[in-house]
Design a protein around this ligand. Sequence first.
Ligand code: FAD
Ligand code: SF4
Length: 252
Amino acid sequence: MWDGEPFLYHSLLASALNLKLLDPRAALGQTEQAWREGHAPIPSAEGFVRQILGWREYVRGVYWARMPEYLEQNALDAHQPLPEFFWSADTDMACLHAALTQTLQYGYAHHIQRLMVTGLFCLLLGVEPRAVHEWYLAVYVDAVEWVELPNTLGMSQYADGGWLASKPYVASGRYISRMSNYCDGCRFNPGKATGADACPFTTLYWDFLQRHRARFERHPRTALQWKHLQRIDQRELERIRAAAETLRRRLA
Ligand SMILES: Cc1cc2nc3c(=O)[nH]c(=O)nc-3n(C[C@H](O)[C@H](O)[C@H](O)COP(=O)(O)OP(=O)(O)OC[C@H]3O[C@@H](n4cnc5c(N)ncnc54)[C@H](O)[C@@H]3O)c2cc1C
Ligand code: SF4
């Protein structure tokens, strides 16, 4: 992710595919041909084929197998309203400001922005999955419910309790710092969970680990991640809980 680069290395084909202007088989055939003729390296061609033939078909299957009950899922019992700034991009969190500004301007954000910036913030804050779903459906030009809903409710918000993705995609501000240049221009410090310059992602990340400890600390795919809680002393954990509550009240 890079500030000022909204489309970075992405195909922008989802809306054409979802509107049936482009047959996915034609896109896959041309990708294979490009690789065979030496115009595309195998990791790029394989990754692209996997997204369309793998993920897109998989979420389609999930949608048709699980609807209409899927829409009502809320496995983590999340009830916070969607922050108002999702409709204006008016926030001093640089990563969210960038992802939301381009979303509102172009109706586009690439996958990692959807999953690990906007989606992650909602998951950590505890936003009602239905509200998150309605926002994604409203703002992206490629949004069609059968592909949007499993991605949002399942992959991004873990609202189906692990049916689509076996673990919640949670990370602190340090992940965004490693994966982008957003933090360079931000007033928050991705390494800090408490204090005036604490990164809200980092505060909410450690709070999320505490709030959902019972569910994930013995889960085979998450136990290692949750183990890190043991390294933080009790008083700091309490400060984190209080800071997260303050954030939730402010954004309600
Ligand atoms: C919370 C959330 C909501 C999403 N909502 C939508 C949506 O409404 N409509 C939509 O088409 N995609 C959605 N996605 C999946 C993915 O983010 C978009 O398909 C992708 O960003 C579109 O940009 P692109 O065409 O440049 O894709 P590229 O990154 O170039 O990928 C190529 C193609 O692969 C397919 N693809 C890649 N990842 C996925 C995926 N996880 N699920 C299904 N297809 C995938 C798409 O058809 C895409 O055009 C969502 C992902 C998340 C995390
Ligand atoms: S410091 Fe935190 S809020 Fe700021 S850009 Fe980095 S991850 Fe986002």
